[in-house]
Structures are given as structure tokens and as C-alpha cells.
Design a protein around this ligand. Structure first.
Ligand code: PDD
Length: 287
């Protein structure tokens, strides 16, 4: 089936889609991105992702390329043209195209926008999630503004590759105090030895995960004990359960850390229940 990408104002064939060699995203990673899960052809957690997008752009002083209403139309069109019912939409906004110079272009140039959409096989993913997955840990080596969702993802890419080479789906960054910050492309959670859900607070240098935020609400509604409090690798090893959250992973149960089994090494009841509850909520709230 033909795929289409949106590039700076128009839809083009995916295979022919291209950006300028002096796009500042390409040369300087001077841009931001967002990823929405798509359920039933609709955008999940739409508001949260829009809010974070505008914040990321504002923090970097990149102009908003269009209004939220206009962007919603374009994202939906990307979903429609690519016949996505279940999948992901990717949006990238860079500061634009200009002769290479580290400082911002003066006068400013229009931001450059790329959108792609693709389908995922939720049945296959569900079967995988039911089995659980492994994570490894790596030293935290990212910059101090991980709250901004920038396309500068080299540490994340290297961490993810290390995970893949060790048969794991995710790498958890660990700071100098031995505390887990977050995953290369997800937030990290445990059900601690006392049965309390734990995930790192967003005062720390982490991305404010939209899935994380929705799940906190789901957890509150379910009346489960939770604390936005960091945990050590040791606590993760001794936890009852662990899982990760993100627009790609949704809620994915984790059954080992650095090869050490968590609990009895099988998917725990809390993680699998939260996965089901999150998907139900995201599907119902998709627009
Ligand atoms: N990643 N932390 C990091 C470093 C991430 O890159 C992501 C998302 C998350 C989870 O955020 P959210 O729940 O809003 O998706 C946490 C996306 C999915 C990606 O890079 O593909």
C-alpha cells in the first residue's frame, strides 16, 4: 500500500519525501517531535501531546508552525491517507532551513514540519506484552533539559541499541545516585516491595510522559497506592513488578532488569491490569 508523508505543507509519497540538507534538524538536531498512539483511526491522549509540543517549541523559541486546530486536521489527514486504524503518528518540527550557523537564523525562517503515520499490529503486540520483556540499565549521560522532547536522541539511540544487543526492549538510564531516571523512549515504573506504584517525579530531568500522566489518573481512579518518587536499580530488582509507559509501548510489563528476574519473572497482575485499563481509557478518549 502506498504511504504518504506530510512535508512542509503538502502530502508526498513516502519514498520520495525529503527535506533540505541545511534543515537545522538535520545539521544541529534543532527541533522537537511528538508521537501519538492511534486507536480506531483517532489520536490518543491528543491534548497532552499538543500541550507538550507547544511547550517544547516555546522552550526552544521555535515558532508554532500552525494552530492546534490546523495541526489536528493535518494529523488526521496523515492517518486517513495511510489507512491507519491502529498505529502511530510522528510529528517533527525544526527551526527551519538556513545556512549552517549555530546561532538562530536572523531573520527567522519558517519552521519545517514533517508528519508520518504507520500501522501497528496490535494483536501481535498484545501477545508480546503478555509475555513481558527485559530492560537493561545504562549510565545517565544526557543533557539537562530532558523535559524538552528534542530530536537530539543520540544517547537514547545508543542506549536502545545496547538494550537490543542484550535481548532487552528498553534501557533505563541511571543517575549518579543510582536512581532510575527513565527509559530511552519510555517512563519507568515499579510496584515496590510494599505494593506501591512508583515512578520518578517530573521535577527530575526526565520527559513528562503523556502516557505516564494519563496512567496516574487511571491509577487514582482505580484507588491504587502510588508515589511519584524515584527508585534505585536495587529496588527495581526487589520489586514485585515493573513496567514502562509511552506512546509506543503504552503500558508494557517488564520481567527482568539486567538479567535479574523481577518477582517470579512473569508478568504481574498490576501491570497487566493497568495495560488493559490504559488502553480502554486511551481508546475511549481518542479524537
Ligand atoms: N518516546 N521518555 C522518553 C525519553 C521518551 O522518548 C518517551 C516517548 C517517553 C514517554 O512519553 P509519552 O508517554 O508521552 O510517549 C518518556 C516516544 C514514544 C518515541 O521517542 O518514540
Amino acid at each position: 500500500m502506498s504511504r504518504f508523508a506530510y512535508v512542509n505543507g503538502r502530502f508526498v509519497r513516502h519514498g520520495q519525501a525529503a527535506v533540505h540538507i541545511e534543515d537545522r534538524g538535520y545539521q544541529l538536531a534543532d527541533g522537537v517531535y511528538e508521537v501519538w498512539a492511534v486507536f480506531d483511526g483517532k489520536l490518543a491522549d491528543a491534548e497532552g501531546h499538543f500541550a507538550r509540543l507547544w511547550r517544547s517549541l516555546d522552550e526552544l523559541r521555535i515558532d508554532h508552525p500552525m494552530s492546534e486546530a490546523a495541526l489536528t486536521i493535518v494529523l488526521r489527514e496523515a492517518i486517513r491517507r495511510n489507512h491507519v486504524r491502529e498505529g502511530l503518528v510522528y510529528l517533527q518540527v525544526t527551526r527551519g532551513v538556513a545556512r549552517r550557523d549555530h546561532a538562530f537564523p536572523n531573520p527567522a525562517v519558517p519552521p519545517a514540519v514533517v508528519i508520518t503515520a504507520r500501522s501497528v499490529d496490535r494483536v501481535a503486540i498484545e501477545a508480546k506484552a503478555a509475555k513481558g520483556a527485559a530492560v537493561i540499565t545504562v549510565p545517565e549521560n544526557r543533557w539537562g533539559r530532558c523535559d524538552i522532547k528534542t530530536i537530539g536522541l543520540l544517547p537514547n539511540a545508543l542506549a536502545k541499541q545496547a538494550a537490543r544487543e542484550r535481548g532487552a526492549i528498553e534501557a533505563w538510564f541511571v543517575d549518579d545516585l543510582g536512581l532510575v531516571t527513565e527509559g530511552a523512549s519510555s517512563n519507568a515504573w515499579i510496584v515496590d516491595a510494599d505494593g506501591r506504584l512508583r515512578t520518578r517525579d517530573t521535577q527530575a530531568n526526565i520527559l513528562r510522559g503523556v502516557t505516564r500522566l494519563t496512567l496516574l489518573d487511571v491509577i487514582a481512579q482505580a484507588g491504587l497506592p502510588v508515589a511519584e518518587q524515584p527508585f534505585t536499580v536495587e529496588e527495581a530488582r526487589n520489586a514485585r513488578e515493573a513496567f514502562i509507559t509511552g506512546a509506543g509501548s503504552l503500558v508494557t510489563p517488564i520481567t527482568s532488569v539486567d538479567g535479574v528476574k523481577i518477582g517470579d519473572g512473569t508478568v504481574g497482575p498490576v501491570a497487566s491490569r493497568l495495560r488493559a485499563l490504559y488502553i480502554e481509557r486511551a481508546r475511549a478518549g481518542a479524537i
